[in-house]
Design a protein around this ligand. Sequence first.
Ligand code: GLN
Length: 537
Amino acid sequence: MNNTKYVFVTGGVTSSLGKGIIAASLAKLLQERGYSVTIQKLDPYINIDPGTLNPYEHGECYVTDDGAETDLDLGHYERYLNIPTSQANNVTTGRIYQSVINKERKGEFLGKTVQVIPHITDEIKNRVQILGNTGDFDIVITEIGGTVGDIESLPYIEAVRQLQWDLGEDNAVVVHLTLVPYLAAAGELKTKPTQHSVKMLMQSGVSPDILVCRSEHEISDDIKRKLALFCNVKKQNVIQSLDAETIYDVPNLMFKEGLDYVVLDKLRLSTRKQPKLTAWNRFLERHKNPTSTIEIGLVGKYVELHDSYKSITEAFIHAGAANKTKVNVRWIHSEELTPESAIKQLEGVDGVLVAPGFGDRGIEGKIAAVQYVRENNIPFLGICLGMQMAVIEFARNVLNLKDANSTEMDPKVAHPVINLMEEQKDVTEKGGTMRLGAWDCQLTQDSKVFQAYKEELISERHRHRYEYNNEYKEQLEAAGMKTAGINPKTGLVEIVEIDSHPWFVGVQYHPEYKSTVLNPHPLFVNFIKAALKHSKK
Ligand code: GLN
């Protein structure tokens, strides 16, 4: 038994209240007070992980160093805390059932009926405590996905109830995030939805210790008192969370409201050391006082849902602050982009990022975007599929291999400049079978990427099945598309650049996953720097 303390974050009334940001902000404050903290997300859906979900369903799929395909909230956790998460930080109902069923098949419950309670709830409890049991953390924050009252959340709420009991009074705290809506016609904030959601939680045997109330208007002392009385919490434990100018303001706002203080108080942990947020506020200062503004075209096929590119747009914010520059994003739908419309759609942008993706929808638009920026010397960053499209564009328009393509789009193509990876050839299952997680990459010294990273050996996260086809390497290089980074073990080309272009970089990996507030990603920083230079021309 170690002394890890647990914070459970539940949500009521409606989804999209920003539980992930509240959890991350609380964690940041606790970290600044000297505690080691991690955050875990429990997702009540049946998919084993979000890797098989369309981004329209659930936003971006985030990837950890150890190759977990996870909920995008893990991206927020890493961006705030600046420490990596892992497989253990995201658990779905599918994964819980999968492990219980595997145990059942092995005979681990021989003779017993396997049931939601205790078997599923026990498995949830184990998963919550795995992180605490490493001994690496003083505090584990567990965010329960979904909304209290959802059928699928019930086993999780029951597991929280049991854990509170198992762990003891001083070792667990429940923070319930709710909405206090403003009714314009009545000119009033309404507490009833919160009362109902707390009642629902209590029916499951869990009473929240702290309420974090999302609201568009200041919550008066009277309303706080009312919420406290009806929801059985101390008045100082009713925390208001007003809409913020940026998600990065939330740690300061939560500190002002005393969220970290009341959590520590409930857990009987020292509140003596104050959070300083020095580096964090330095970032905010730069972010809020830019001296220039640029516009980056983001070309993708999921642009209707900006959450599909969450880590990319956050990386722009970090890199923008590093350059004291405001980065505006021009969202460009790859399906609507053609070589003819490229001039109009991309006119005036200072840089273009061609986004990751799967399948052939919109790829000709991505290729058109690459051609436009290559020919017009506009800074370019291609990520994963974006890099593959850069290779195809170059093969078609510079090497004159008119029908060059990826075998993902055309399995029988005459010039497969992008090809299925050898180890993928026998893979039939879709879930968790890509080349995932962190891999080394050896950089060429004389390159844009080396200028950015300032080191020769880097490690970046991947999520793909197709790769640069080395059979075309000589031709591509001879014509000016240089190899700027390779995997030292396999020789797989990870980075391409064009020397005759001011800043043209395509990477097979996903740099966006590793950009944090305190460590803006060097490639994004230099891309924005190049775009800034372009804008001043
Ligand atoms: N579809 C491409 C592949 O699997 C690119 C994947 C991506 O952009 N993440 O290789």
